[in-house]
Every structure is written in structure tokens, then in C-alpha cells.
Write a protein that binds this ligand. Structure first.
Ligand code: NAD
Length: 367
């Protein structure tokens, strides 16, 4: 049987630096665990613009459609700020998400014990936190028509439309229920059914889908109350499913409960392919961090944990994903930290590659 395939798109800024560490870990799984991937690498974002005059070449797009999973670093940087909107680095990422039809964005908010001091919330509120936000990514108010800025009388009016079809809600709800089944079987759906018709439909469809998942305990919450509950007692949640706009806000809020941008992975999943695997793009939540790019200061953990998500959700290698997550946790517990995770005066931060070395050593120790 052919090896599973992985397309690596390091991108810009710290993207290539953190991806170098991920590549070493992929090699480790090949040599030490006999888990081999057919890995190809290509350009995205500013790097693709420099080479081809477009932030995503058609050939790269075609490759992304064929592989089992795409792993992306980050795109963007000040060098590209003045470019026309149509060729900005971010357009490359948006094209991938759109053409792969990645409708479910998974954003875990997991607080490693060693980092619970980094949260803006009290330690006992966040320590051991492990929740997953599933955000609908391809519809809703960011895409709905009509939209625009029009003249009305003697003033301008800005218009965006919140719009969801039943099938769009159904498919993202199923992704969330499937996830809940693999976790603690608790799902909370968030919308604003009290003031929005799209919220009423959302609640109805999620409830209907829930009938196919009798083992999952389903609850509903208004999204504003959800934001409050997330800061009050986030550990009450397991999986949260919500629309594009509320998900944008709530996933950032939940992510920050855990302290550092350098620790946050994400996955975007689409429909199952012929082999049953969902179309998938894995990437750290952070951007290209131009302020520290090229200095060996970037924390590779978010990208490494994105690989762990790929192992779990694209390759059914949940045990190996856990092995990798535990290796990262061990490294943090041992006090190996990049600068973004250091709050001790005078401590020497680990470099990006030293962090990679430490994760590899912890993986070795796990055998
Ligand atoms: P950013 O995430 O790149 O950086 C925000 C801050 O966090 C910076 O101080 C940075 O040094 C720090 N940081 C981020 N990742 C880190 C890591 N792994 N280790 C240590 N510190 C880290 O966000 P920004 O500064 O708003 O954006 C910079 C560029 O990235 C922009 O061009 C933006 O458009 C782009 N961007 C891309 C993505 C993406 O590729 N998905 C996401 C967000 C921003």
C-alpha cells in the first residue's frame, strides 16, 4: 500500500523555521516508528509570489487537492503589505481553504500544566483545560450576499448578510458530533437564536443531527453567554460548535486562555475523499511573526502540535498523536522554553532548533 501523502507548505517568516523542526519529527516517525509519509514541499504566500507572481500556483493547488493532508507554516510579512489585495500572501491561504472546501475549523484550547501561569485567568480555572472549538469556516456573514457599501439617501450603508443553509449547518454539526464521540461525548452549540433567524435554524438543525448521536450530551447556549462561560469556567465544555463569526471570536478567546500563540495548533477539515479521509489543512494559529523571523526565536510547538492533529484526524494515528503531544508536554515540564514561554528574569531561552531537539529526545525516551 502506498504511504499516506503530506504536502508541506512552509510559507513566510517563521513558517520555514518551525516547519524545519516538524520535518525532523516526520523523519523520526519514519525511522523510529516505521510510519512513513510521501512528503512533498512547495511554496505558498509571499514565497510563492516571489517565485511565480501569485501567492498560490495552480500546480500547488492541484497537489493540495490530491494529498491526504496539507501542513502549512504561516504566510505574510511587511514586504508584501503594499501588494494588490488579489495577490497578497493571505490570498494563497484563503484559496486553499475555499477550493478544498474546508468547512470545519478545529481549534483546540489546551492548557499544558507547565504553562498554566501564562494564562490571564487563575491557575485553577485553566489548569488541565482541554476543549475543542469547531467553527464553521466557509459560509455565514463573511460570505453571505448581499454585501457591500451602498449609497442610501445622503449617507453610505455597510451591508453584510448572515446566511446559512440547512446542509451547511448539518455537515459542520456532524463533524462536531464525530469529534465529541472521540472525546468526552459532550457538545455545546452556540448561536443567537434569541435574536437571529439563522440562529433559530442553526439550533433546529443541530438538534436534529443530534438524534443520530444519542450518546452525545448536546446543549445549546447563546454565543454571548458562551463567551462569559468560557472565561468564568471553561472546563465545563468539551466540544463547542458555532458559526463562522461567533467561532472567529470564541476560538480566539478560548485560545488565549492557554497563554501563548506559539502553542496553538489548528485543523481545517472538509468532505471525506475517496479513501474516507477528510480533505484537511493543518496549521499553527500564529502568523509569520516578522518581528522575530530569522532569529531562531520562534516556538515550533504550535506547528508540531498541528502535525499531531494531522496524525489523529487524517491518519487515524491517535496513539502516535498522543505520544507527540506528551513529548511536547514533557519538554515544557522539563523547563525547556522558547522566549515566548519564559517569564523568569535572566533565564536563557531555547532556540527553535533546541526546542526541536528536546521534543525529539522526549520522543526517543517514549519508546
Ligand atoms: P503573528 O502571529 O505573526 O505575531 C504576533 C506576535 O506573536 C508577534 O510578536 C510574534 O513574534 C509572536 N509570535 C507568533 N508566533 C510565534 C511563535 N511561534 N513563537 C514565538 N512568538 C510568536 O501576528 P501578526 O504580527 O499580527 O502578523 C504578522 C504577519 O502574519 C502578517 O503579515 C499577517 O497577515 C500574517 N498572519 C498570517 C497568518 C497565517 O498564516 N495563518 C495568521 C495571522 C497573521
Amino acid at each position: 500500500m502506498a504511504n499516506p501523502s503530506l504536502l508541506i507548505l512552509p510559507g513566510d517568516g517563521i513558517g520555514p523555521e518551525v516547519m524545519t523542526e516538524v520535518s525532523r519529527i516526520i523523519d523520526w516517525f519514519g525511522t523510529k516508528r516505521g510510519i512513513r509519509f510521501d512528503v512533498s514541499e512547495d511554496l505558498v504566500g509571499g514565497a510563492a509570489y516571489d517565485a511565480h507572481g501569485t501567492p498560490l500556483h495552480d500546480d500547488t493547488m492541484a497537489k493540495a487537492q490530491e494529498v491526504d493532508a496539507v501542513l502549512l507554516g504561516a504566510v505574510g510579512g511587511p514586504k508584501y503589505d503594499a501588494l494588490d489585495f488579489s495577490v497578497k500572501p493571505e490570498r494563497g491561504l484563503l484559496r486553499l481553504r475555499k477550493e478544498m472546501d474546508l468547512f470545519a475549523n478545529l481549534r483546540p484550547a489546551q492548557c499544558f500544566d507547565a504553562l498554566s501561569d501564562f494564562s490571564s485567568l487563575k491557575k485553577d480555572v485553566v489548569s488541565g483545560l482541554d476543549i475543542m472549538i469547531v467553527r464553521e469556516l466557509t459560509s455565514g456573514v463573511y460570505f453571505g450576499e448581499p454585501r457591500g457599501i451602498i449609497e442610501e439617501g445622503n449617507e453610505r450603508v455597510g451591508i453584510n448578510t448572515q446566511r446559512y443553509t440547512e446542509s451547511e449547518i448539518d455537515r459542520v454539526a456532524r463533524s462536531a458530533f464525530d469529534l465529541a464521540m472521540k472525546r468526552n461525548k459532550k457538545l455545546c452549540s452556540m448561536e443567537k437564536a434569541n435574536v437571529m433567524e439563522s440562529g433559530i435554524l442553526w439550533r433546529e438543525v443541530v438538534t436534529e443531527v443530534g438524534k443520530d448521536y444519542p450518546e452525545v450530551e448536546l446543549s445549546h447556549m447563546y454565543a454571548d453567554a458562551g463567551a462569559m462561560q468560557l472565561t468564568r469556567w471553561p472546563k465545563q465544555f468539551d466540544v463547542i460548535v458555532t458559526d463562522n463569526l461567533f467561532g472567529d471570536l470564541l476560538s480566539d478567546l478560548a485560545a488565549m486562555l492557554t497563554g501563548s500563540l506559539g502553542m496553538l495548533p489548528s485543523a481545517s477539515l472538509g468532505k471525506p475523499m475517496e479513501n474516507g479521509r477528510p480533505k484537511a489543512l493543518y496549521e499553527p494559529v500564529h502568523g509569520s511573526a516578522p518581528d522575530i523571523a530569522g532569529q531562531g526565536k520562534a516556538n515550533p510547538c504550535a506547528c508540531i502540535l498541528s502535525l499531531a492533529m494531522a496524525l489523529r484526524y487524517s491518519f487515524d494515528l491517535g496513539d502516535e498523536a498522543t505520544r507527540l503531544e506528551e513529548a511536547v508536554e514533557q519538554v515544557l515540564a522539563d523547563g525547556v522554553r522558547t522566549a515566548d514561554l519564559l517569564n523568569v528574569e535572566g533565564a536563557t531561552p531555547a532556540t527553535t532548533s533546541q526546542m526541536g531537539d528536546a521534543v525529539l529526545a522526549a520522543l526517543d525516551a517514549s519508546l
